[in-house]
Design a protein around this ligand. Sequence first.
Ligand SMILES: NC(=O)C1=CN([C@@H]2O[C@H](COP(=O)(O)OP(=O)(O)OC[C@H]3O[C@@H](n4cnc5c(N)ncnc54)[C@H](O)[C@@H]3O)[C@@H](O)[C@H]2O)C=CC1
Ligand SMILES: O=C(O)C(=O)[C@H](O)COP(=O)(O)O
Length: 377
Amino acid sequence: MKIVVDENMPYAHELFSRTGDVVAVPGRPLPVAELSDAQGLMVRSVTKVDAALLDGTSVKFVGTATAGTDHIDNDYLTAANIAFSAAPGCNAIAVVEYLFSALLLLAERDGFQLTDRTVGIVGVGNVGGRLQKRLEAWGVRTLLCDPPRADRGEPGDFQPLSTLVAEADILTFHTPLFKQGQYKTLHLADEALLRALKPNAILINACRGPVVDNAALLNVLNSRGDLSVVLDVWEPEPDLDLALLAKVDIATAHIAGYTLEGKARGTTQVFEAWSAFIGQPQQVSLASLLPAPEFGEITLRGPLDQATLKRLVHLVYDVRRDDAPLRQVAAIAGEFDRLRKQYQERREWSSLQVNCDDAAAAAMLQQLGFNAVHQAE
Ligand SMILES: NC(=O)C1=CN([C@@H]2O[C@H](COP(=O)(O)OP(=O)(O)OC[C@H]3O[C@@H](n4cnc5c(N)ncnc54)[C@H](O)[C@@H]3O)[C@@H](O)[C@H]2O)C=CC1
Ligand SMILES: O=C(O)C(=O)[C@H](O)COP(=O)(O)O
């Protein structure tokens, strides 16, 4: 049995070779000839999976080790009787930790406390929901917009997008990319929305580039110097607009979800689905795959304020390490994807044990997702 996997998928060789012969390939462009005799195809978001890729091949199962699925033609897969599985939520923690790093940096630069700001979260699923919990644990007011969940009558104080635009100091997008339909998100942040943002607002997009109209954003930034912008995703990728990049406060190459844990979860989720599909169901323990982190344990003495939280967060991950390289190479063809393929290992906050002599600090850090322990002295 031949299984073709994206080479940017940690642990894929180790896991999938339990069930067949594994061939690792680049995802953009993917060498189509490898698929003619393959039964399984495991991709990431950079590979468009449709009739053009799969017609005439022997592929019977497609897995994507990603949360987003806008690169998958589901109608085609159903019609062609090809099974499909994604990895919902695999990298949600990574995206939330990316956002905290960015927000703590902007708060320090502009001299504000996050607890004095209102954060509007558009799309309250795996990412948005975790973001809400961690922000609220820190004492930050959130406003939530998720029309599909509101229409299903799910519990939650869901507001119209216009309310978030009017009231949020920070507006962050965590929706799928829907190009059409009742819940269309393509250019959800259009020129009118961007112009209506509050004075000194912060706009964040870490879901899919086209959810924010990038041409409109550049127009608005040319006339509104008060806005701050954090972009992890771009319209288009990989050839992003260099004029926009120059105007953005924090800019990264679609790596918000790139913790080792997040990627490994993605691989294990699709491996488990694949192994069930071929009738050899296997469960994988993430802990058995992951190496020890670079920083394993630290002691925090005294209480936890925003400045201390920022230092702690940045011990594990500081988004500036991904901003600078993008600015250096964005103009060079192929470099956006190279940055993503050769991504320096990054871990989640839970990989750091924080020993605290202050019980309240330990309790807070636990709520935020650190492995915090109260050790009375
Ligand atoms: N930058 C990165 O590295 C990453 C990006 N993503 C992107 O972020 C998106 C969200 O990720 P998850 O939270 O894991 O997905 P999810 O599917 O768990 O949550 C998405 C939420 O958006 C809501 N939604 C759908 N249409 C909406 C609309 N028109 N307005 C407001 N809300 C709407 C859904 O009801 C759902 O609650 C993914 O679809 C993916 O495209 C996800 C992970 C990593
Ligand atoms: O999971 C998603 O959705 C993402 O956006 C991924 O983090 C993107 O990573 P690649 O699949 O493009 O490597």
